[in-house]
Design a protein around this ligand. Structure first.
Ligand code: E4P
Length: 219
């Protein structure tokens, strides 16, 4: 399972990269705004900085919602760095744009996926990744992990190569559950990734090992 971090915060991206388990980064306009990154030049500079930190894919989202706007933005983003994956929303013109990009060899991440039908359309258009939003479905009393399972099954039935990127991950159990049902990738905050480290028996066990070692060494 690939681990992406879902943030535009450079310090957090560096921390995840230093941990040695990071396979990529996803961003979205809200995450860029949270870091105070506005204006085209600043946005492009920020994406380039992210690409310089990580070794894997970096999803950069288009703002335009018409086919022409998405094509022009996406082509510019893709030229910035070979790690860039153009993130396109699941709307009619988005599907057309994904088809266009896939024919041009530009990789895409179809975002805002909330149903299996949307995921099927994105795969048929040639998306590199689809991003079903697990946490946001859970927020409205719908089983987000069940959607991941359904999409994984559909893609396997037909051999689609589109990767299932479980997005809107909120906590470590989401990561485990998405791994159980075969998500190719998960993207979540640094806190969800580092929470996987924790188990009280690990802490108790390590403290005992070190205490025993200290006792034996002082004899
Ligand atoms: C998808 O790639 C989005 O950036 C993201 O995962 C949304 O997560 P949220 O629901 O926590 O905002």
């Amino acid at each position: 399972m690939k681990f992406f971090i879902d943030t535009a915060n450079l310090a957090e991206i560096r921390e995840a990269q230093d941990l040695g388990v990071l396979d990529g980064v996803t961003t979205n306009p809200s995450l860029m705004a949270k870091e105070g990154i506005t204006g085209k030049d600043n946005v492009m500079r920020h994406y380039k900085q992210i690409c310089d930190i990580v070794e894997g894919d970096v999803s950069a989202e288009v703002i335009g919602t018409t086919f022409d706007e998405m094509i022009s933005e996406g082509e510019e983003l893709a030229e910035l760095d070979e790690k860039i994956v153009v993130k396109v929303p699941m709307i009619k013109d988005g599907v057309k744009a994904i088809k266009y990009f896939s024919e041009k060899g530009i990789r895409t991440n179809c975002t805002l996926i909330f149903s299996a039908g949307q995921a099927l359309l994105a795969a048929k258009a040639g998306a590199t990744y689809v991003s079903p939003f697990v946490g946001r479905l859970d927020d409205v009393s719908t089983d987000g992990v069940a959607l991941i399972e359904q999409i994984v099954m559909i893609y396997r039935n037909y051999g689609y190569t589109t990767e299932v990127l479980a997005a809107s991950i909120r906590h470590p159990m989401h990561i485990i559950q998405c791994a159980e049902v075969g998500a190719d990738v998960m993207t979540g905050p640094l806190s969800a990734i580092t929470a996987l480290l924790n188990h009280p028996l690990t802490d108790i066990g390590l403290a005992k090992f070190l205490a025993d070692h200290k006792k034996a060494s002082s004899k």
